[in-house]
Design a protein around this ligand. Sequence first.
Ligand code: ISL
Ligand code: CA
Length: 546
Amino acid sequence: MNLGNKVVYQIYPKSFQDTNSDGIGDLKGIIKHLDYLEELGVDYIWITPFYVSPQNDNGYDIADYRNIDPMYGTMEDFDLLVKEAAKRNIYLMMDMVFNHCSTRHEWFQKALKGDPYYRDFFIFKKGKNGLPPTNWESNFGGDAWSYLPETDEYYLHLFHVTQADLNWDNPNVRQACYDIVNFWIDKGVKGFRFDVINLISKTGVYEDDLTGNGKKYYTDGPRIHEYLQELNRNTFGRYDDIITVGEMSSTTLENSIRYSNPASHELSMIFSFHHLRIDYPSGNKWEIQPFRFHDLKKNLFTWQREMEKGGGWNALFWYNHDQPRIVSRIGDEGKYRLESAKMLATTIHGLKGTPYIYQGEEIGMTNAGFTDISQYRDIESLNYYNLMRRKGKPEEEIYESLRRKSRDNSRTPMQWDDSENAGFSDVQPWISVIPNYKEINTLDRESDNSIFNYYKELIRLRKTVPVIADGTFEALLEDDDRILAYKRTNSTQELYVFCNYFPEEAKVALSIPADCRCILSNYNEEIQPGDLTLRPYEAIMFLRDL
Ligand code: ISL
Ligand code: CA
């Protein structure tokens, strides 16, 4: 399959479209907007978890992997969604959360009752002198272990206390997961996104991490490649029309290549997050630091170059449901919202890999702008608030971090139109709508100049200009302080991409061949390839036939 000309659209169902007036998005709401997605031109929709779940982590805490949470609809709705999407050449990518399951899942419930078969599904350990087995921290803050007085033991949870880690070294756990994947393949699903999948192989060493938070004892663990190959062999590897993407938390380049090189028979591609560490180099996401442009270029370019060299494949993205909106983060959500949103889109959509668009990105949605803790819903944000309050951090500083970094920034309702609640729901939504929906909404696509139409054009170009799908990558102007630029080449074409990341003008210190023609400009102009000076947040793509 040619991964280079596919585009994936990510849907956070809870915030996409409500159709039964409970303030929560649902599967029928996705069906309602399939025409919209077809108009945009995407090939796959990745929908974040909508299985039965107590919703402590908005569905990433799964209690039943084979049923739809009634809040989202029914299996009939799901079947209809698959069918209606396929009519529009759109296929479903399901989110598989196999590092952990909800403590409400029957596996964990049986384990708690002492059933030995299910006890071995999880990681139970004795404490040490009244303390947890190790000093590891949960990714959401606090201990990674929770105590069970009944048996005087702890269980491991790398995320929330209600998300118990599964023991992948147990073949029964692996088989149970493969059966789930096959269940959804039989229902017509054509893609899988595997949540934090590079954390499933623990080293088996349970000791204090004296230099970190425990990550080194479970990231890219000793049997990870073996497990991914086995997963591939037993499930999607039997078909040639299924795509897969692994979310690779803190992975290395070397592993990224192995995970996604077709010769390893693991996954089609991976999400790595290094290019998003650009405003928290320390690794503590709550820290507020200026955006480091050179770090962004360095990380993006290194991954482009090295993945190409090693035969790996990148999933290209600016953000998802865990990250703030990119236009607020490194663009300009005010005066240059249109220009900067399009410029950022140009960077991603010209690169080598498979682009992902997160709902609302295609209309330039901004961060939430919440001002009170009562507006936040995300478990990680609430944890952070409570922990920092206890530590005595000034409230203003906590709020500033949340305002910039909270995962709720990208989880507010999709802004469909300028009617009440942005057309998302006719009742008060589960999380507040951003008041700017009156100006920022999908009705903008009636204007040629809209961000939506620009995304649509980027997708169309990827499907019609072969060099975008298959060209090699070469960085340009690497030391430039304002411009991100690169060149893509195949046997018949050359593509040049120039993006100015700043509100000041930037002179392009490079001349490109005179027979280049401009195929895209975020200032809507036919730009000539001569001496170039980029205007604020200007982006241009030039094409040359060889
Ligand atoms: O959100 C993060 C930090 O703010 C990330 O570190 C995130 O925890 C990490 O990318 C893993 O995310 C995935 O697994 C989590 C879930 O909460 C996220 O929504 C999901 O994308 C646990 O299942
Ligand atoms: Ca609903």
